[in-house]
Design a protein around this ligand. Structure first.
Ligand code: ADP
Length: 193
């Protein structure tokens, strides 16, 4: 199934000057870049993009409260609250802020099962735990602990759509239809998609 996914090189990737290297990771697999733009998103766009629901707030809040216990820190000192949903909401605010600090490079990348393939290339959320060979594993050592004590989002370089229905909605937020292109790559013939 040919899918499109939204990929964003976040401000930490742009500011480290590794945009080209990261894009190469996707291109060399055979995935096709069908749209690209550098942009400085405004608050309204970041809120639409990263507005998480209560299930996410609770899950992330519970995990972070467990982390606080593990790290031996008091969640009140960092989040100002200590209930799971409240903690998740504070973290959600950090996500909005993280996309506003500088320009990002947004792409639409297309290919067979592109959403899952891209997530596999990107790796898991915390770079210190992400597998070697993944982008987050290879290019960052940021961690839950570092982000907690600095009261900020985890610097993990890339956003990639989590599911194909999410991708459809995210693409509508970031790109106009006329900014999305269609062309042939050698692989289209080779694998006969
Ligand atoms: P992913 O980007 O791996 O799909 P999520 O959608 O759950 O992860 O979260 C969005 C972004 O929020 C992450 O990429 C990361 O930058 C940041 N983030 C997620 N969880 C935390 C957390 N517990 N503390 C700080 N930042 C977080």
């Amino acid at each position: 199934m040919i899918e499109k996914s939204l990929v964003i090189l976040k401000p930490d990737a742009v500011q480290r000057g590794i945009m080209g290297e990261l894009l190469t990771r996707f291109e060399r697999t055979g995935l096709k870049v069908v749209a690209a733009k550098m942009t400085l998103p405004d608050r309204a766009l970041t809120e639409k993009h990263y507005l998480k629901d209560e299930t996410w707030h609770r899950k992330v809040g519970e995990n972070n409260l467990k982390d606080c216990e593990k790290f031996g820190v008091n969640p009140m000192d960092y989040y100002g609250v200590n209930d799971p949903v409240g903690v998740g909401k504070v973290i959600n605010e950090w996500l909005f802020d993280a996309l506003l600090v500088g320009p990002v490079l947004a792409f639409i990348i297309e290919g067979p099962q592109a959403v899952a393939k891209i997530r596999a290339l990107v790796g898991t959320t915390y770079p210190d735990l992400a597998a070697p060979g993944t982008i987050r594993g290879d290019y960052s050592v940021d961690s839950a602990f570092a982000s907690l004590v600095r009261k900020r989002s985890v610097f993990n370089l890339i956003h990639a759509s989590g599911a194909s229905d999410e991708a459809v909605e995210e693409i509508k937020l970031w790109f106009k239809p006329e900014e999305i292109f269609s062309y042939k790559r050698v692989e289209d013939e080779l694998y006969n998609y």
